[in-house]
Design a binder for this molecule. Structure first.
Ligand code: ADP
Length: 191
């Protein structure tokens, strides 16, 4: 079983690359952002709660996110493996994920960071905002707040996974195909 955590700032390309890795390795793609947006579109209570954080560019509280993630994994227990995209984003989430996977005799194979500078990322997000309809992509103050959330709460996961010998970085600048090739090269080397 391969379980990959795709890591990186907003706009780094996690969702785009996850779509390719999913078909390459026959994995189940699990994006907490997509799950929240699905709940928002379905007008569930969870969706309304998540929206109040997401629209500002704040992280959704840990317990809500962890519970949703666990449920999604459990609902897809026949998967050959998972790509976790946008989860974990805090050390509490990372700890909860380790415990949860351990109890299911599963573990993270690798955490792979897509690296790109803030200027490139902001440009990508502003462009995405023109077509995505995502409130959080549509103004630079919200985008900057998402970067602050990343720096304050998510960046420390690098040392969390480095300590486990599971942290890898890939240059996230280049064409989508080039970056996919870098990721596949890295993952194939780990198998
Ligand atoms: P991006 O990586 O571009 O920010 P996502 O779709 O991954 O896009 O996330 C959008 C928003 O969903 C985040 O800003 C946050 O509010 C919420 N979210 C997604 N994943 C998590 C998570 N693991 N923990 C808390 N909030 C999350």
């Amino acid at each position: 079983m391969i379980n990959i955590v795709l890591f990186g700032k907003p706009g780094a390309g996690k969702g785009t690359q996850a779509a390719f890795l999913k078909s390459q390795y026959k994995l189940f793609h699990l994006s907490t952002g997509d799950l929240f947006r699905y709940h928002i579109n379905s007008l569930t209570d969870l969706g309304m709660l998540a929206k109040s954080y997401m629209d500002k560019g704040d992280l959704v509280p840990d317990q809500i996110t962890i519970d949703m993630l666990r449920e999604a994994v459990n609902e897809n227990s026949d998967a050959k493996g998972f790509i976790f995209d946008g989860f974990p984003r805090t050390t509490a989430q990372a700890g909860a994920l380790d415990t949860f996977l351990f109890n299911k005799s599963m573990k993270i194979t690798a955490t792979i960071a897509l690296e790109a500078g803030d200027d490139v990322l902001i440009e990508r997000l502003v462009n995405r905002g023109k077509t995505s309809g995502r409130v959080d992509d549509q103004d630079e103050i919200k985008i900057r707040n998402r970067f602050n959330e990343y720096n304050n709460k998510t960046a420390s996961l690098k040392s969390f996974y480095t300590a486990q010998g599971k942290f890898y970085s890939v240059n996230g600048i280049g064409s989508v195909e080039e970056i996919t090739k870098r990721l596949i090269g890295l993952i194939d080397g780990l198998l």
